[in-house]
Design a protein around this ligand. Sequence first.
Ligand SMILES: CC(C)(COP(=O)(O)OP(=O)(O)OC[C@H]1O[C@@H](n2cnc3c(N)ncnc32)[C@H](O)[C@@H]1OP(=O)(O)O)[C@@H](O)C(=O)NCCC(=O)NCCS
Length: 186
Amino acid sequence: MDAPVTVCETSRLLLRHFTAADLESLAAMHSDPEVARFIGGVKTREQTLHRLEEWMAQYQQYGFSKWAVVLRSTGELVGRCGLSPEQIDGISEWELGWTFARAHWGHGYATEAASAAMEHCFRKLGHKRLISLIRPGNLASVRVAERIWHELRAQSAVERCTSRYVCGIFPSREVAGARYFDVTFN
Ligand SMILES: CC(C)(COP(=O)(O)OP(=O)(O)OC[C@H]1O[C@@H](n2cnc3c(N)ncnc32)[C@H](O)[C@@H]1OP(=O)(O)O)[C@@H](O)C(=O)NCCC(=O)NCCS
């Protein structure tokens, strides 16, 4: 079997395409109520399989989607990070999201992965704008969004970017009061 497609690497992490072999790890992560609290609730194994199939179809359709985040040292799948298509108030957007297994929270992995993913999207995939939608109370995720913006500044790409937070109301997505984070790369 071919090795999964590598997207990008950081000092500790590797982002790659998901494959069917990731189902068990992903299903375990999605079944944890703490993990699922701000991302629409726990998912069954079947629901996770459906998501996995959607992401693999999006690799064919767009060339990108959600990516598996694995530890370079062990190959263990610790989370996911990547893009999903969203319709926000009638406008098509690409949302950069991040979710990690609880055992791996607090090591800076989300910030490290999201920063590399954002860089990849702007510089390699040619995206001009990304958004992140963060539900009320998801303070760890807001912190990740803030940190990846600072990472981008550190890479001196700041003159090419604008960024803003607003507290939006998105009744269609039932995330009223969510933080809406967007970055535009000129
Ligand atoms: C959000 C999530 C990905 C963060 O993962 P992580 O690997 O722990 O993130 P990092 O270690 O890179 O950074 C987390 C930051 O949030 C901070 N943080 C963690 N919990 C927090 C809390 N309850 N309140 C405020 N800040 C918090 C940490 O101190 C850290 O900030 P720092 O870098 O300034 O120290 C993880 O909590 C998760 O998977 N949550 C469930 C899924 C989810 O909600 N995804 C986001 C959907 S928008």
